[in-house]
Design a protein around this ligand. Structure first.
Ligand code: FMN
Length: 227
């Protein structure tokens, strides 16, 4: 592997919300989760837990919850004049909400928290510790998204269901100590992978002090993702 492979993967790791219902082999899902578990975690505690949902009935329950949350989100978008008709992202996200149960796999990244919190609840660093642990799922999630892309599988990081934690716990039989942090529908994509659209580095970066430009170096040619 060359570093070009990794950069190409990162630069084309778009949210892929139109998925074929074709099953994804367990071996690939195992590999994707394994990639997730190569991520760093605060204190090296590896408190991540993953639930692979393939059961149609459970997927449907999750999709119903998702749809409930998405309808609320849609109203918020509409208040900002963004609708499925005039905004590509809202349209794609609405499609996902309507078709979530058809994704062959819904992967639910979780963290095992209660005991960890309790252990440090009284210390001076209790709050910081909780923050570090909670943030520790996202490096794994990003590894998972990149692994999906590398394997030609479509995936999207979604958060809608995290507002329905009690219902998710019920659907997935989660103990109290396990909290969901995301939901990643995974499947073979209907469309093609393409480059992500992002703001330029110089728009979002400063040198030493906020407000001092960190300009694009002279002669920097950048990278073009594969066509
Ligand atoms: C924290 C977080 C939460 C997100 N939640 C959702 C979600 O609930 N539903 C969804 O369709 N996309 C969700 N997304 C995906 C973003 O909408 C998407 O990454 C963004 O619009 C950029 O599009 P791209 O990934 O195709 O480049 C989420 C992304 C992040 C990082």
């Amino acid at each position: 592997m060359t570093d070009h492979d990794l950069f190409d993967i990162m630069y084309t790791c778009r949210s892929m919300r139109r998925l074929k219902p074709d099953p994804v082999p367990d071996e690939l899902i195992y590999r994707i989760i394994e990639a997730g578990t190569q991520a760093p975690s605060g204190g090296g505690v590896q408190a991540w837990r993953f639930v692979v949902v393939t059961d149609p009935e459970r997927k449907q329950h999750i999709a119903d919850l998702y749809q409930r949350g998405w309808q609320i989100a849609l109203k918020q978008y509409a208040a900002a004049s963004l609708t499925p008709e005039n905004d590509k992202n809202v349209r794609a996200a609405s499609y996902l909400a309507e078709h979530l149960a058809e994704a062959p796999v819904l992967l639910v990244p979780c963290l095992r928290e209660r005991r960890l919190h309790a252990a440090r609840k009284t210390g001076p660093n209790a709050h910081n510790f909780i923050r570090i642990i909670s943030g520790s799922i996202y490096p794994a999630v990003q590894n998972i998204l990149l692994a999906c892309r590398a394997l030609g599988l479509g995936a999207t990081l979604t958060s809608v269901t995290t507002q329905y934690e009690a219902e998710m716990k019920k659907i997935l039989d989660l103990p109290e100590t396990i909290t969901t942090y995301a939901l990643i529908p995974i499947g073979y994509p209907m469309g093609r992978f393409g480059p992500v659209t992002r703001r330029a580095v110089e728009e979002v970066s400063w040198l030493n002090t906020y407000g001092t430009p960190f300009p694009r170096p002279a002669g920097y040619s950048g990278r073009k993702p594969p066509a």
